[in-house]
Design a protein. Structure first.
Length: 180
């Protein structure tokens, strides 16, 4: 019977060695996974930061009348921003609102937001806008939309008289960003 116990001890030692080897492999893979996750997170943050910076950059040329359907008297038919979405992919510029400027100069997502605010019966919150522009009602999407709303306020497209409640900007003479 002594040889049976010796055989079991030998197998146990081999199994213990295999477990230790696998644990070492797991530890090494966990370390590599951690580094890969950190790298991914840095790249995500860099991409988002660049997108935000580019979106917040003031346009170099001021916009002109852009209501293509009904241009202001003596004003050019197209804007300095016309077709910008087709020419510069991935860069969103939100111009400062100017007299005669319509929402069509805005990048699509900003234009959608302005249209939802315009259609709302009163002040509206970011969490109410998110599903109306086709996004899932997740915290990240709500915060991203809130950031866009704040940018639209800064650029004169919207008003935020009460924190978190957004309306179309009131204009002298009744001209609003989406009037045609």
């Amino acid at each position: 019977m002594g040889s049976l116990f010796e055989e079991l001890e030998a197998r146990e030692a081999a199994a213990r060695l295999r477990v230790e080897e696998l644990e070492a492999e797991i530890a090494a893979l966990s370390g590599r996974l951690g580094l890969a996750r950190e790298s991914l997170e840095r790249l995500r943050i860099a991409r988002e930061t660049v997108a935000e910076v580019l979106a917040e950059m003031a346009p170099e040329e001021p916009a002109v009348a852009v209501d293509v359907g009904q241009p202001a008297a003596g004003a050019p038919v197209a804007s300095a921003y016309a077709g910008a979405e087709r020419q510069v992919i991935g860069v969103l510029t939100v111009p400062n609102w100017q007299l005669g400027m319509g929402a069509e100069v805005l990048p699509r997502v900003y234009r959608d937001i302005v249209e939802v605010v315009a259609d709302a019966p009163g002040p509206i919150r970011a969490k109410q806008i998110v599903p109306r522009i086709g996004l899932p009602a997740e915290a990240g999407k709500i915060e991203g939309t809130r950031s866009k709303l704040k940018r639209l306020v800064e650029r004169g497209w919207l008003d935020e008289d009460v924190p978190g409640l957004f309306t179309l900007a009131r204009r002298q003479g009744g001209v609003s960003p989406n009037s045609h």
